[in-house]
Design a protein around this ligand. Structure first.
Ligand code: HEM
Length: 127
């Protein structure tokens, strides 16, 4: 249907949960990224990223009910994100996106957004 949200088109909450689960499987094995994440609250981190993406793409607004306005660049200030961290993040996210086996057009839209968003999160210049 024409007015269907992207959220519905890709399969709703279950799809974003699968995406983020797969993404974090890569992150926990990444020596550059994993030290940045809260090892004791991996489930919480999965939940926050899933709920953000769900809200961003037109699903329920649970993320902001719990966390307020996303302000993602500000929330990433505590972490040093240079091009190496960005590229590692995108590598795991690319694996995760491909694992969904979405129709090409939906896959491209999701991936293009993630690339753009990851570039906008860089907060440290390369040495
Ligand atoms: C949180 C790293 C890019 C969305 C986090 C956390 C880390 C992190 C270490 C804390 C985990 C937690 O406790 O929730 C990075 C790195 C990135 C990156 C290294 C590389 C560019 C992105 C992008 C998005 C995003 C592109 C959105 C598309 C989020 C969200 C949270 C989060 C929604 C939870 C915010 C909150 O409510 O506290 N990120 N991130 N991140 N990240 Fe990223």
């Amino acid at each position: 249907e024409e007015s269907q949200s992207f959220y519905d088109a890709v399969g709703g909450e279950e799809t974003f949960r699968r995406l983020v689960r797969r993404f974090y499987e890569g992150v926990v094995d990444d020596p550059l990224l994993w030290p940045m994440y809260p090892a004791e609250d991996l489930a919480g981190a999965e939940d926050r990223l899933s709920l953000f993406l769900i809200q961003y793409w037109g699903g329920p607004g649970t993320y902001s009910e719990r966390r307020g306005h996303p302000r993602l660049r500000m929330r990433h200030n505590p972490f040093v994100i240079g091009s190496a961290e960005r590229d590692a993040w995108l590598r795991h996210m690319h694996d995760a996106v491909l694992s969904l086996e979405l129709p090409e057009e939906l896959e491209k839209r999701l991936w293009d957004y993630l690339v753009y968003a990851a570039h906008s999160m860089v907060n440290a210049p390369d040495a």
